[in-house]
Design a protein around this ligand. Structure first.
Ligand code: ASP
Length: 406
């Protein structure tokens, strides 16, 4: 091979090598390029649904992020509770009685449980309140609860002397299932150990809790919740004076929560038929005590002075004394209702045979239809029920039914 041919052969070899290099090296060989292209296409096909999904879900993600982001702190809406003050030892400060607004300032932490509102109805001792004031108070509470559906409950301050009477009157005549709590104190605000602020705080807590709904009017003092129907003041001075003899408390107000243990099954509040809307005055009903040799002319005097009902605080299971049977006969003969209760403090007076002349009828069983068995109601409570019942009916059967149902 000549020099020229050798050079041509080498040039050809170099060109072949360059082409091979171009395919395999510098610009990648053909098979690697294809693999890369296929891989990219594969990735796109595989991943585009994921991209799409991410895009579609992004609004929810943003929403969720906003939701979980800490929100600016706003105070929870507290139940509104209205304090209606009527007076009593709880506000009887030396130098001047405290107003409803001043009472609330004694309980600065009340806002932990309730948003308080205040209203001054009266500012006097409980025994000074008139029946007309009771009537006005009941109407006011009914109107408030009717007009203000967002009101959680009502606290009524009262002197303790006749607190149990006012509480039962409201229990029968306030027709709502929202709590109405009656509260007082045994020590006045100027006395060491004044317990009024603590009682008031507990009354607000009970009035604010939905747990207290539908339980009638409640009396709250000394950490205890009593039913208006059952509670009575048992001691002239002691702090634990309010007791429900024979039945016990309904519940307690403890540091952590308000606890109820039982209900009153008798009719009250929302289940009461005793509507005072159109009543302008309560009828006179007196209480006459039975004691040894008691004269019947006191009963006659009450009737002659306009009493429409007499409640006998009888001995034991309904016994009368002296000439009281004559007085009772005088009253019932004039269509005045006589309700027999017991002065013992507990127990029940059952309805007796009322069939004059029936075989075996004795003097005590020959009773007028106007003589009503007071069941287990204390004389004070029986008087309240009879007053209210007489605003609705004069029918002895109806009145006796009420004493069984309420
Ligand atoms: N005298 C007061 C009253 O009943 C007694 C009291 O509040 O405890 O108004």
């Amino acid at each position: 091979m000549g020099a020229r041919e050798r050079q041509a052969t080498e040039e050809h070899a170099t060109e072949e090598h360059r082409k091979t290099q171009t395919r395999q090296g510098t610009n990648l060989p053909c098979s690697s390029v294809s693999f890369f292209v296929y891989f990219c296409v594969f990735l796109c096909v595989l991943l585009w649904p994921l991209f799409l999904l991410t895009f579609l879900l992004s609004p929810w993600s943003v929403h969720a992020a906003v939701q979980t982001r800490p929100q600016p702190a706003t105070a929870p809406e507290m139940p509104r509770v209205r304090l209606i003050a009527t007076g009593g030892t709880i506000s009887n400060k030396v130098g001047g009685r405290l107003t409803a607004a001043e009472l609330v300032t004694l309980v600065p932490d009340v806002t932990r449980w309730a948003k308080p509102e205040t209203e001054q109805f009266a500012n006097q001792s409980s025994s000074e309140l008139t029946l007309d004031q009771w009537l006005a108070l009941s109407k006011r509470i009914n109107a408030l609860l009717d007009d203000d559906r967002g009101l959680a409950g009502i606290v009524v301050t009262s002197g303790t002397d006749t607190l149990e009477e006012l509480a039962y009157f409201l229990d029968l005549s306030v027709r709502s299932d929202r709590p109405v709590v009656v509260v007082g104190s045994m020590r006045n605000p100027s006395t060491l150990g004044y317990e009024g602020a603590a009682n008031l705080q507990e009354a607000f807590r009970v009035a604010a809790t939905p747990v207290a709904r539908g339980r009638g009017v409640l009396v709250v003092l000394n950490d205890e919740i009593n039913a208006a129907r059952e509670v009575t003041k048992t001691d002239a001075l002691r702090l634990n004076t309010f007791q429900s003899r024979g039945y016990g408390i309904l519940g307690v107000v403890d540091a952590d929560r308000v606890v109820f243990y039982r209900d009153v099954v008798k009719r009250h509040s929302i289940k009461s038929e005793l509507d005072l809307t159109t009543v302008s005055a309560l009828p006179r009903v007196d209480i006459v005590m039975v004691y040894q040799g008691a004269p019947g002319d006191l009963i006659k005097a009450a009737v002659d002075r306009g009493a429409k009902g007499i409640v006998m605080a009888a001995a034991g299971a309904g016994a009368t004394s002296g000439t009281q049977d004559e007085g009772i006969a005088y009253a019932t003969g004039k269509g005045v209702f006589v309700v027999i209760t017991t002065r013992t403090g507990s127990g029940r007076i059952a309805a007796r045979l009322r069939t004059p002349g029936a075989p075996g009828a004795t003097a005590s069983s020959r009773r007028s239809e106007y003589q009503i068995a007071g069941e287990d109601l204390a004389p004070l409570k029986a008087r309240i029920l009879l007053m209210l019942a007489l605003t609705k009916t004069q029918d002895p059967t109806d009145i006796q039914r009420m004493f069984i149902e309420y």
